[in-house]
Write a protein that binds this ligand. Structure first.
Ligand code: KMH
Ligand code: ZN
Length: 278
């Protein structure tokens, strides 16, 4: 498989703290620096989680504006805002983040056990969020942690709450979701709608092999400190940019050119490359 590829850098995530990795970016400025480094390394999209002054996950709109503005000052990365935020934050709060009109935002379509916690995404609130994203022109990145989540996403499409082409992250390796195995990846890939755009989000030690498998299958790819804190067994990654650079090298070896943010916006059919914050 060939063709251009869009790389996403997942910079912070919902769970790890600076105690787990001192280079984890948590302030708006740290997140913006990590975004600029990752863009220089080949990422077109940055997947963004917000943290408050104590480093805890937050859906605070003021923080969201500060992070988006700080990223915009340093690079032209497309911002994919996480509405997953963190396990303790209710979806009623998380959903507000789409009001800052990022180019994209995640849509977690089902509740599940997630690592040591519970990730609550009540069906009626998911439907309301999908409808609001459609109204605002914020492209949903559909997070699929298990086979039934794909069925729920396809139901949202059938009900007119999503617009094709659908954009999927197949998340493998979260405790409570599907394990990061080639078999699990292929079983979901075979069920992707023909027009779908997809990438693998492989958590932990399978980050490299399973993401490389997605690249070889012609998919987009994501990596970063949200997905793995290690560059290899026993060795912390210096930064998300280092992980992105490794994916860019694999894409290069597969003769797949990297999309710039503007090319990625076109390829993903986004309304605008990046929207100014109101
Ligand atoms: N942390 C990943 C396992 C989201 O932010 O909405 C999934 C994720 C979802 O990135
Ligand atoms: Zn995330």
């Amino acid at each position: 498989m060939s063709g251009p590829v869009t790389l996403t850098a997942a910079l912070t995530g919902p769970i790890a703290t600076k105690a787990d990795h001192p280079a984890l970016p948590v302030t708006p400025d740290e997140i913006a620096v990590a975004a600029a480094e990752s863009t220089a390394a080949g990422a077109a999209i940055v997947h963004v989680h917000l943290r408050d002054d104590e480093g805890r996950p937050t859906a605070d709109l003021d923080v969201a504006h500060r992070v988006i503005d700080a990223i915009g000052e340093r690079c032209d990365a497309l911002v994919q805002m996480s509405t997953g935020v963190g396990l303790g934050v209710p979806l009623s709060e998380r959903a507000q983040l789409v009001e800052v009109r990022p180019a994209m935002a995640t849509l977690n379509v089902c509740s599940m056990t997630f690592g040591a916690g519970e990730f609550l995404n009540p069906a009626d609130e998911v439907r309301r969020l999908a409808a609001r994203m459609a109204e605002l022109g914020v492209k949903p990145e559909l997070e699929i942690y298990d086979t039934g989540h794909l069925d729920v996403a396809l139901e949202l499409l059938a009900d007119g709450l999503l617009v094709e082409p659908l954009q999927f992250s197949i998340v493998l390796g979260v405790r409570g979701g599907m394990a990061a195995t080639p078999e699990n990846l292929l079983s979901l890939v075979r069920r992707m709608p023909p027009t779908a755009v997809w990438q693998v989000v492989a958590i932990g030690r399978s980050n490299l092999p399973i993401t490389a498998m997605g690249l070889a299958l012609g998919a987009n790819a994501r990596t970063g400190l949200e997905d793995t804190l290690l560059i290899r067994r026993g060795e912390p990654a210096r930064s998300s940019a280092q992980l992105v650079a490794r994916l860019a090298a694999i894409a290069g070896a597969l003769e797949r050119p990297l999309n710039s943010p503007a090319q990625a916006a076109l390829a993903l059919g986004l309304a605008t490359a990046s929207s100014p914050t109101p």
